[in-house]
Design a protein around this ligand. Structure first.
Ligand code: NDP
Length: 295
């Protein structure tokens, strides 16, 4: 039986946020630059409002300048594109974050395409994506980059490792696979049409689950000693009627099999915002041709 180590995403995220804050102080001192992050929110979606508030708080705590643009739910695509054009031209803004989902009258792909790739701190722009796969210098999507930082600590020697990514979304699965390939892993991407998922998963030295299916990955899908990164955030009603968060991995079953695993909550989640702050700082340095810290 393997002893399963808990990967503490909260602690790693706190360290990254402190590193970003220290780098922000240094950047202000050396170049007089305070990186600025603007969150754009269309409509009144309560979940999005909570996200935007916590991102705003984290931005201020890291010593970055936070900006907000709020548009009504009835805003047209042209109105939102005009806001993006203004933010692209605004020297104070280094990162533009458009909170998704957008109302149905707005095409998210057209909006993402309108963001200056140098300010694309979510890393969703096609140029950022292409650069990630080309081995170029790009801003990398926050959630997979956060996963990578956790994987690097849990498995210092990754070259040649079998990595399996469950899920192929543009936001998590695909960029995660690109990042693991760049780490010299042998990468498999599986999805809802893959045959025999348990057998594919069992090959993995590094298993990343990003499917949005509560506890889909069972204990016997996990290779003994594997590093398991659970990206899923699923709400489930417990027997006592309370709502609880569960991941895509059956966490209890993974104990004694996985070598290390992220909990839900407290694993990948806290890394996402920390990586957004990191991307904003990196974007500020790159846009001005300044040396960037290794974060
Ligand atoms: P999407 O719904 O965009 O993608 C889900 C992927 O999983 C798809 O590729 C889909 O396959 C695959 N999938 C779905 N069901 C199955 C199944 N039964 N068997 C195999 N593959 C399946 O989700 P996201 O990538 O945006 O998010 C994934 C999870 O991560 C969600 O729980 C989300 O809440 C969470 N998340 C967490 C974040 C964090 O900060 N912690 C940030 C972002 C997401 P196909 O392409 O074939 O349909």
């Amino acid at each position: 039986m393997t002893e399963t180590r808990l990967i503490d995403g909260k602690a790693r995220a706190a360290r990254l946020r402190a590193d970003v804050a220290a780098a922000a102080v240094a950047l202000k001192g050396s170049a007089g630059v305070v990186p600025g992050l603007c969150a754009v929110l269309v409509g009144e979606d309560p979940v999005s409002q909570v996200y935007i508030r916590s991102k705003g708080k984290a931005t201020a705590e890291a010593g970055l300048a936070g900006f907000e643009e709020k548009l009504p739910a009835s805003a047209s695509e042209a109105e939102l594109l005009a806001v993006i054009a203004r933010l692209n031209a605004d020297e104070r803004i280094d990162g533009i974050l458009v909170q998704l989902p957008l109302p149905p009258q707005i095409d998210p792909q057209r909006v993402i395409a309108a963001i200056d790739p140098r300010k694309d701190v979510d890393g969703f722009h096609a140029e950022s994506n292409g650069l990630l796969w080309n081995g170029g210098q790009s801003l990398v999507p926050c959630t997979p980059y956060g996963c990578l930082l956790l994987i690097r600590e849990a498995m210092p020697d990754r070259a040649g490792a079998e990595a399996v990514v469950l899920g192929r979304s543009n936001i998590v699965g695909k960029p995660m696979a690109g990042l693991l390939l760049a780490e010299n892993c042998t990468v498999t991407i599986a999805h809802s049409r893959s045959r025999d998922l348990p057998a594919i998963a069992r090959r993995a030295d590094i298993l990343v689950a990003a499917v949005g299916q509560p506890e889909m990955v069972r204990g016997d899908w996990i290779k003994p000693g594997a590093v398991v990164i659970d990206v899923g955030v699923n709400r489930r009603t417990a027997p006592d009627g309370k709502s609880v968060l569960v991941g895509d991995v059956a966490f209890a079953e993974a104990q004694g099999i996985a070598g290390a695993i992220t909990p839900v909550p407290g694993g990948v989640g806290p890394m996402t915002i920390a990586c957004l702050l990191r991307n904003t700082l990196i974007a500020a340095c790159r846009r001005r041709g300044l040396a960037e810290p290794d974060l």
